[in-house]
Design a protein around this ligand. Sequence first.
Ligand code: NCD
Length: 304
Amino acid sequence: MSAFARGSLLGIEHLQAEEITGLLQLARRMQRGQPRPVLRGKTVGLVFYEASTRTRTSFEMAAKKLGALTLLVHASGSSIEKGESLLDTGYTLRAVGCDALVFRHPNAGAPHLIAAHLDVPIINAGDGMHEHPSQALLDAYTILQHMKDLRGKHMAIVGDIYHSRVARSNIHLLSKFGVQLTLCGPPEFVPETAATLAKGLRIARHLEEAIRGADVIMLLRVQKERLAEMQFDVGEYIARYQLTSARLRLAKPGALVMHPGPIIRGMELSSEVADAPQAVIREEVRNGVLVRMAILARALGKSK
Ligand code: NCD
């Protein structure tokens, strides 16, 4: 089944490779020309039950560049605080006049529930530990701006993969396009079962082993509270897994360094690496606007 039923984008897992390529091509067309106001007269609701900087602002920017109105709803300050259910919030936004809803929620499957009940496209902007499809699309877009093809490229994903919806969506997408993936981190963050997520996934416990010869290194945020939960010393994590300039030299020359943000300098990467020319972290954010324009145009049937 396509996750694009009724224009929704709920995850990468069930998308066909052609649908992904179609979205990336549409984003490229958005980059080339002055955006046309194809969503004039439409309203996009941005419903964020969780904190967000990049995802929220770039969906808002994308909707506005295409001429849509946006309505922003945060959990705090809305009736969600008073105990209104997820579905009732969805029905309310539909009744107000939203033509599409962008949803971020701490529970996996929340956007799917809304999509099953509402007659408007639902875009998943991150659901719990499950998926973050627009992030994986903007990451693929960013890699393809630097490399002709994804097939056969070596990529290391380093950090708290277990809790990361960004990692999960990226693994689904990149595996469909023949990227050779190595997941790296301690067993609590990269359990052996992660290898069952997709065929051909490698697991490395040492950063050096994971990034040697890599074309792309994707780092993920590591929360101090999570390290504390698993009784892993912060200093030890930094000593073993922080990407420093010295370690980066093990990767292919000019290897891309990616991070979905928010980055914690001095934790998963050194400040020097964060600012290195090969770090494309801010480029990812810029491309996020284009990719989200493509997602919204497609969702509302204005992709021609
Ligand atoms: C991520 C998220 O919220 O899933 N950020 C993002 O959307 N770019 C990653 C994170 O919070 O660590």
